[in-house]
Design a protein around this ligand. Structure first.
Ligand SMILES: Nc1ncnc2c1ncn2[C@@H]1O[C@H](COP(=O)(O)OP(=O)(O)OP(=O)(O)O)[C@@H](O)[C@H]1O
Length: 369
């Protein structure tokens, strides 16, 4: 069991003229489940590999349990890593695969046996112990890879996209299994994925990265409710937040976001913030989640911004329907309850309530509160 401290960690690969990881600072508490998430190339694997000791740290300090480990070899860091390709030895049985690391460490046979059987029980692979990797499914192989990590009882588990080779259904199942495993083992987990749903459902905290930088480190709920910037707003949530580029205007004493012919009404708080920050006349990104948009009937009164559009596509999802519309030249998606019977081509009346609107600076893309 251990916490991790990353202080000003940077990585520049030899021959590159840019930092793959820029100034990564973070305290990871003991027993946390941290998920590093972001698009391809954002530096999440590099960060994980530096923690593992598989990649040299160019600048900064990494501590495990308060001890600096920058110069320690991977095997001396008390960590275990699970990779996306499982990296099992094909000629060994499941039992041998799981026992291998302990054997190298010269752990007594009886102790190895106890540890392997205990891990196999936790992962429900006891009946696979005599099989070889090629006789097993992807999900089973992934369990064995996890088993191999568990038997070593590391201080920290590192996982790099461990589920990306599995089909969608198995991925969902293994997601829950890994969360359960984390609870059982009571160990620190650092997990890398590019999949925001995986991050949201598994992490006690998620670290959203872009271009080598941390965009936000937060609980999944807070990252969803209070994104710090446009990148996080668009990355977290599915379908993603609608973003409309508008201009801040003041008309008859009221500050609005002008989107073509549509004046988007704003909350008192937003209006004050825009005035305070001298944003009148400047560009602003208006964000609204698909679920934040209300469907109105003809007679409904609404205090927010009301607009009428023709449905381009209505995607029926069972309990809900996603409406794809075009407003003032911008494609937007609204998520409505399936009891509204609508279809492509219908004209609908919708509302953007002021309290569901997010605003981001046109230049810095930071949230305006
Ligand atoms: N061995 C390497 N040598 C040079 N550049 C590298 C090396 N490994 C990664 N990079 C570069 O560092 C940046 C970050 O890569 P990294 O693999 O950490 O990203 P990632 O977020 O894990 O992406 P992915 O999800 O595609 O694996 C990328 O620009 C990548 O091209």
């Amino acid at each position: 069991m251990a916490g991790l401290t990353l202080k000003g960690i940077k990585k520049i690969y030899p021959g590159n003229d840019y930092y793959s990881v820029k100034d990564f600072n973070m305290e990871i508490a003991d027993k946390e489940f941290i998920v590093l998430v972001g698009p391809s190339g954002c530096g999440k694997s590099t960060t994980l590999r530096m923690i593992a000791g598989l990649e040299e740290i160019s600048e900064g300090e990494l501590c495990i349990d308060g001890t600096r480990v920058n110069d320690k070899a991977p095997k001396d860091r008390d960590i275990a890593m699970v990779f996306q390709n499982y990296a099992l030895y094909p000629h060994m049985t499941v039992y041998e695969n799981m026992a291998f690391g302990l054997k190298l460490k010269k752990v007594p046979k009886a102790e190895i046996d106890e540890k392997v059987r205990k891990a196999a029980k936790v992962l429900e692979i006891e009946d696979l112990l005599k099989k070889k990797p090629k006789q097993m499914s992807g999900g089973q192989r992934q369990r064995v890879a996890l088993g191999r990590a568990i038997v070593r009882q590391p201080k920290v588990f590192l996982m790099d996209e461990p589920l990306s080779n599995l089909d969608a259904k198995l991925r969902v199942q293994m997601r829950a299994e890994i969360s359960k495993l984390h609870k059982e083992l009571q160990t620190t987990f650092v997990y890398v994925t590019h999949d925001q749903t995986e991050a949201m459902t598994m992490g006690s905290r998620i670290v959203i990265m872009n271009k080598g930088e941390i965009m936000q480190a937060d609980t999944p709920q807070n990252a969803y409710d209070n994104p710090k910037n446009l990148f996080v707003a668009q990355f977290i949530g599915s379908p993603q937040m609608n973003i409309l580029k508008a201009v801040v205007c003041e008309e008859a004493g009221e500050v609005v976001a002008k989107l073509g012919a549509l004046n988007i009404k704003l909350s008192e708080k937003h209006q004050k913030a825009l005035k305070r920050e001298n944003q009148i006349g400047k560009d602003v990104y208006v964000g609204i989640r698909p679920a934040g948009i209300n469907m109105l009937s003809k007679e409904d009164n609404a205090s927010g911004t009301v607009f009428e559009e023709e449905i381009i596509v209505a995607e029926m999802m069972g309990s809900e329907t996603f409406l794809h519309l075009d407003t003032q030249g911008n494609r937007i998606v609204a998520r409505i309850d399936a009891h509204h019977k609508v279809t492509s081509g219908d004209k609908v009346r919708l509302e953007m309530p002021t309290d569901k609107i997010y605003l981001f600076h046109g230049e810095t893309e930071k949230v305006i509160k």
